[in-house]
Design a protein around this ligand. Structure first.
Ligand SMILES: [Fe+2]
Length: 242
């Protein structure tokens, strides 16, 4: 399994707070059967200003510690980018932390995009259209936890039609975020509009890096082929290794 969304890079957002916690979380991910972890710290203007240069620097430190600890796992990084008009500047100066390097000719780049939890801001579609015109495909993080979408699930449809991908959080599928989120997660899954499942891991107790339980549930409900797509094949495409 490949985890394309987690907050294991220590000390730069509300995820792992120090190197010890980060390495413990990474070992938990490996023990769960995760073979590739993409570290996606929050890039939230005014709150967590983790621009590409910051993440690159912290990633190098973390990678060295992982090698020293002897944890066998593939690592890469991107960011969970909070929706903001300032994203446009980062596109222009090629400093948006995408899943693979800078824009490559004839190749799509993927970006993890987070709406505010409370709502979908007006104008989101315009920003998304612009990103897609620049060959950047937004992957909308955990739509099943957005309060607007919990009230009106169909509000996600225009974004799917525009070409966005959708990422569910594993814990939503297994009920760890409550019944409402689980119902919406399972509804979106049944509609076949979900592209990828990720842990969005932040810490050991409440939000651990575990995918296996959600994978088992998806297999039970929709079969092995769907589980393979959501936990392996589509993540590989996103990280440019398909
Ligand atoms: Fe996240």
């Amino acid at each position: 399994m490949i985890d394309i969304h987690c907050h294991l890079l220590p000390g730069i957002d509300d995820g792992a707070q120090d190197m010890d916690e980060a390495l413990t979380l990474l070992q938990m991910a490996v023990d769960d059967g995760i073979t590739h972890v993409v570290l996606t710290p929050h890039l939230h203007f005014g709150r967590f200003e983790n621009f590409k240069s910051v993440i690159e620097r912290e990633f190098a430190i973390f990678e060295a510690a992982v090698i020293e600890r002897g944890i066998k796992v593939k690592l890469s990084f991107a960011a969970e980018v909070r929706l903001d008009a300032l994203i446009l500047q980062l596109v222009d100066n090629h400093s948006l932390p995408l899943y693979i390097g800078q824009a490559q000719i004839c190749r799509k780049n993927y970006m993890l995009l987070e709406f505010p939890h409370s709502h979908i801001p007006p104008g989101s579609d315009m920003l998304i259209k612009y990103l897609i015109s620049q060959n950047i495909i937004p992957i909308i993080a955990h739509p099943e936890r957005n309060r607007d979408l919990l009230k009106s699930p169909n509000k996600i449809k225009p974004f799917v039609r525009l070409g966005c991908m959708l990422q569910l959080t594993a814990g939503s599928i297994t009920g760890k975020f409550g019944e409402q989120c689980q119902v919406l997660a399972l509804d979106y899954l049944a509609q076949g509009i979900i592209d990828v499942v990720a842990t969005d891991a932040h810490n050991i107790k409440r939000r651990p890096p575990v995918l296996s339980e959600a994978r088992a549930k998806v297999t039970e409900l929709h079969g092995e082929a769907t589980a393979q797509s959501l936990f392996h094949t589509n993540p590989l495409l996103i990280i440019g290794q398909a």
